[in-house]
Write a protein that binds this ligand. Structure first.
Ligand code: F0G
Length: 458
């Protein structure tokens, strides 16, 4: 088989500024050992997130010029609405400025004290918006999804049995909706099978609970279904995506991922009453329902991006480039969450740095070293991001300690990936020198964005 190549040519480029190791040591210290606080110009390869970091196509940029900036009823809105409706088959399409704005509106309307929201795994902003409403966010990831070393096709699947047990226990009247996140970002970018979406929907139907999709990475999920699930090999990714949406009563979306834009999101709903309540709140917090916190040009770019994301040559390259890095790492015995996910490689920090206890943040230690060694920015998804304290102030750690290397879409080439593999290998070879960290400042909510750290000297 021939090499799978980038299915695009580069028309417009941005320079990368290089730093040396000495400079980076100082930069890291000034940033409190938190790469969120490093200036982007001081990064060589930026894998902090795949969100809002995509390269737009020439056609998307043309759409930017063509955007209709009318306050109400702009033609760009109608193009956006038609595209989202065609894909999701939902009646009410509500634009928002990004995914969490859709979440904020949805959970403000449906949440509140005494309510529960089950999910395969909540993303951190989703959880924060549920909890901010006073409700409880509960995860039901299937067992194999919790084991980074197990190779399986659909590690993002919902534990449907546990979900049903929970519904019986809490009462369906206290569960305004259940959600499936595709792909499961916090659990390694792992896909959810169509079978699992169907089974979850069946349980939800039995108890009269609507099912929602957090669809940020719906196209990557659909591509995994095409290549891994029996019966889907001859369907188009678009047909598969439409089938996924057919089991959902509503959708929240961050267009910053699988709509290939730098900003945007939406809510897609079937329930008229819910849509009316959401629109009313939208007007207070986001804007008029035909722009919802976005410019007309952004709506054009989303509509175009939603077409381009379903191009199977693009998806083949996308999934392959993540797998390419994954294979380079596993060949050298570097522990990653397996198999490689759709948008990111996740280093398994517990196996990478077993000498650092969870309360000394092994993932953060690797994140710092990747920056120091090669100017690579990644993010800890473990005790820093999800850690909580018990009543005695002891850290309660999540099950996994991961370091995410998330790939912006259509931005980096194969030689960037080769460089990355070299940097990670270098850090791995010197892993015994990795130090634990302690937190010197933290905010009460979503602390990972602004926390400051210091290394624990041995
Ligand atoms: N849901 C999932 C699964 C996400 O990954 C994100 C964002 C959101 C919701 C919120 O969307 O950022 O547009 O408000 N994830 C980004 C990330 C931030 O880095 O994984 P948003």
């Amino acid at each position: 088989m021939k090499t799978i190549i980038e299915p695009f040519k580069i028309k417009s480029v941005e320079p990368i500024y290089f730093t040396n190791k000495e400079e980076r040591a100082e930069i890291l210290q000034n940033a409190g050992f938190n790469p969120f606080l490093i200036d982007a110009e001081k990064i060589i390869i930026d894998l902090l997130t795949d969100s809002g970091t995509s390269a737009m196509s020439a056609k998307q940029w043309a759409g930017i010029m063509d955007g209709d900036e009318s306050y109400a009823g702009s033609k760009s809105f109608f193009r956006f609405e038609k595209t989202v409706r065609e894909l999701t088959k939902k009646k009410f399409i509500i634009p928002t400025h990004q995914g969490r704005a859709a979440e904020k509106i949805l959970f403000s309307v449906l949440g509140g004290k005494g309510k529960y929201f089950p999910n395969n795994t909540h993303f951190d902003t989703t959880r924060a918006n549920v909890e901010f409403s006073g409700a409880e966010a509960v995860d039901f990831l299937n067992e194999i999804g919790k084991h980074p070393e197990i190779i399986a096709d659909f590690k993002g699947n919902m534990d449907v049995e546990a979900l049903e047990k929970f519904i019986k226990e809490k009462g369906s009247e206290n569960i305004p909706l259940a959600m499936i996140t595709v792909t499961n970002n916090s659990g390694g970018g792992q896909p959810v099978s169509m079978q699992n979406i169907k089974e979850t929907k069946a349980v939800c139907n039995k108890y009269g609970i609507p099912l929602f999709l957090d669809a940020c990475r719906f196209a990557e999920n659909a591509y995994f279904i095409k290549t891994r699930e029996k019966g889907y090999e001859n369907k188009s990714v678009k047909e598969i995506a439409q089938e996924m949406f057919s089991f959902a009563d509503g959708v929240t979306m961050s267009a910053k991922k699988d709509a290939l834009v730098n900003i945007g999101g939406f809510l897609a709903l079937n329930n008229e009453n819910l849509a009316m309540n959401c629109r009313n709140l939208l007007i207070v917090t986001e804007g008029f329902p035909t722009y919802g916190g976005l410019a007309g040009r952004d709506l054009e770019a989303i509509a175009q991006g939603l077409d381009e994301i379903l191009d199977e040559n693009y998806l083949k390259y996308r999934i392959r480039s993540i797998e390419y890095l994954g294979n380079k790492l596993t060949e050298q015995g570097i522990p990653i969450l397996e198999p490689p996910g759709g948008h990111a490689i996740y280093l398994d920090a517990k196996r990478f740095a077993p000498h650092i206890p969870q309360n000394q943040y092994p993932g953060q230690s690797i994140v710092c070293e990747l920056y120091l060694e090669g100017g690579v920015r990644s993010v800890e998804i473990g005790s820093v991001m999800f850690g909580k304290y018990d009543e005695n102030g002891n850290l309660i750690s999540p099950a996994m300690e991961l370091v995410r290397l998330a790939f912006p879409r259509r931005v980096y080439t194969q030689s960037h990936v080769d460089y990355l593999a070299e940097v990670i290998a270098e850090v791995y070879q010197n892993r015994n020198n990795l130090k634990g960290y302690e937190i010197t400042y933290e905010a009460p909510i979503l602390r990972h964005f602004t926390a400051r750290f210091k290394p624990i000297e041995r």
